[in-house]
Design a protein around this ligand. Sequence first.
Ligand code: IMP
Length: 456
Amino acid sequence: MNINERVSAAFCGGAYGDEGKGRIVDEQVNKYLKLGKHVIVYRDNGGANAGHTLELPDGRRVALHQLPSGVLYPEVMVILGKSMVIHPGDLAVEINEIKEVAGKNGIADIKIDEMASLALDTHRAMENVLKKWQEGGRGATGRGISPAYADILLRQTLRVRDIVNFDEAKVREHYRLYQAMIAGLGANLSEAEVVAYKSDNPVLVGTEDEFIERLKKQAELISPYVTDVHKILEQTWPDPNNAFVFEKAQAIGLDPRFGVYSDVTASDTTFGGILGSTEGIIDPLEIKIRASVLKATYMSSVGTRVLPTKMDETLANIIREDAKEYGATTKRPRGIAYLDLPTLRFFTKVGQVNKLVLTHMDIVYPDLPIKVCTRYTIDDEECGYRPDQEFLSRVTPHYIELPTWDRSEIQRAKKPSNLPKNARHFLDFISDELNAPVAMITTGPKRDQSIVLSEI
Ligand code: IMP
């Protein structure tokens, strides 16, 4: 690769989240650093609802929620973009924790967009109250994500800049608005309890004054990282010395327009969201690699959505234990489903995906063919995926079975030619069905258990 060539890659969850994207992003950062590039990791959506566990070389584990991957590389810049919804208190704790873990190595240069919206304890309280009223929100993570995004549409968003230069009048108005809305729904904001970062003990939202005092302290802690990201992007995006890695949060199946409505999140989970978050500076179609990360042989989902290809609990339990399928943010056991190609074809298309990364290629069982849904019908009539739980509850999935391969053989594979023949056929099949090449696979939980198959 020519050093003067601009390189960029974006990664999204291709199904319902928790596909193991963080590890792939981390490898891409490493690869670009080795090319001699200055690496910038940009995250544009979601907030503390995301969760990804980093495994350090010494075996320690640390969970990231609001910080993008790449934060443990001191030479990297990580940006928390405008379309994120930030909880300043949780973020301050997370930054501290990462600093502690990194020790004297230091951490990345963290930049928080002053224009990003806030997702505060008020939003968390609102979400908890709404759970009693609405079905779709019951699976939500309690991080106040959807009320925070709703504030943008209601033209009442509080931005990071509003607490860095503490606009007390504005914040008080925000509290009063939420107090009134929550009172209207029969609850009391000051007595509401909400989740706090990594704590089993809930936090009391408290009175207006208590809320303001807490927020002021939290704002102070994140202030050193808050900056004019717009200017940084204007300068850095056109410069070929920089390599950009975009890390989407959540996954296409959780998008409010394309996911299994109504158990969806509120942010744009497709690559399209990068355009708005960067205020038009970065057109996602200019990003050369737009990879969707998927589990190769099954799908998993946490929340209340019922997937057409949900498998029976006997095999689901085995996979859950083998692949540690428990939510990183909420620790809930994930539902397990067979690979659903009608859905994935739709997600790949609307997500503007041009590459696939298939993880967990080692989750296979002796003499157990891999069951894959290739089409749906309703009352014997063919149909495709539609983003609606009610519709999806009516479809009948139709399956084919593909021959399996040997787990230990694939875990040992180091290059494409080492892959078992059936694994190779499986990859060709998925690539044809989803109309995108498989660029990379992972063959086991360790960092070196990955194989590149085409340009990434
Ligand atoms: P919210 O994003 O907290 O509003 O949650 C809405 C839905 O998205 C719920 O079903 C959550 O479980 C799900 N969700 C949100 N973030 C993630 C994630 O990072 N991985 C998997 N599921 C998620």
